[in-house]
Design a protein around this ligand. Sequence first.
Ligand SMILES: Cc1ncc(COP(=O)(O)O)c(C=O)c1O
Length: 420
Amino acid sequence: MSKESLAINGGKPVRERPFPARFMLDEAEKSAVMALFDAALNSGNAFGYNGPPEQEYERKFAEYLGGGFADGVNSGTNAVFVSLAALDLEPFSEVIVPPITDPGGVMPVVYIGCVPVVADAAPGSYNTSAEQIAPLINERTRAILVAHIAGEPVDMDPIMELAKQHNLYVVEDCAQAHGSLYKGRKCGTIGHIAAFSTMFGKHHCTGGQGGIVFTKDEKLHFEGRRAADRGKPFGLVGAAGNVRAALNCNLNDLSATIGIVQLDKLQGIVQRRRAVGERIRKALADHPLIRVSKQVPDTQSSYWFLRMTMDLEKCSVTKQEFCRALSMEGIPLNPEYRHIPCEQPWFKEQKVFGKSGFPWQCSDYKGDRNPVFKVDNAIQAALTGFNIGINESWIESDADDTIRAILKVADAYGKTEKAK
Ligand SMILES: Cc1ncc(COP(=O)(O)O)c(C=O)c1O
């Protein structure tokens, strides 16, 4: 394939039609919401929160994860916040956090008064591993927060083993991993407590924003509920009032009504995304320049996005140029997913509460006041990777167009083809 044939050089793009939209919501959500409104109009009482729809959503979600306790909250960020707050850690405890994640997956650590310690990624991954976490554990460490980025499960067993040895909690951030499987177990059921985002872009949603916390531990569940609702004494008999300081992170019955319908679709959504992701993975399996990124063995991603890895030594152009050319072929992509917490201004400038430098600069914190984290693998994964935005509405021909476009660009820019 010659460079001249590339769309970026005036050739015909592989894909001229747009890829299908998600069609996340349909008449089923609409009629469920309308029924809720009708009930409110008929009764004269507005719908609220923690009512029958929210309870049903939480019950159904816990059932989806094989049984346990769920609490709907109003964002994925607050699901992480509530999961951490449920642990009731002492201030200035260290919490090990993921190398690449959404800011909302890390900022809650400082809002519970704890100190984030950034673990590097496993080689070739956006996710961390026990090997990266182990050297960061010290007498101040109390919890490990892992995120299954892109829907790719973190290698959990060695992390759970490490946590057991050191008596640490493990929180799973499953914002991007609804329905992902680790050795046959659903992500979110392996650690002590798990946080899910249900904002509109996730595998299943509760409307524009939302989240849900899951645990099999009843004590953590009730502590989380207190942390999510101004310290109300959920699960306590005879408590006189609000038992801890907390915010209001509640979900509501309207969002839960959407969530109930969405849960019926979740399995199918995950299966269809997986079929697309695996089709593209298989087609590029032996490609010298570009492939779908390697995953932990015996895991199944739920493909929130398709993570690609390039061997840039075999490419005659930069990754950015490659991505521009692929994008011009009509493929939806994000050329770099470099969301490394310790590279963010708020983290580097320690901007949490005023100019205090909290928590790092407080005299009660005995760790490094200006820590420098080694995140070389995460940087390498970000620099050599990019993401393709697949979704569950894609059919085989959408996957095949993507494969054809990737092969076309790789063929034009592969070093062995350079002489053409
Ligand atoms: C891994 C991860 N954690 C946390 C969040 C925060 O979720 P939300 O946007 O619902 O607050 C996100 C959002 O995309 C995420 O991807």
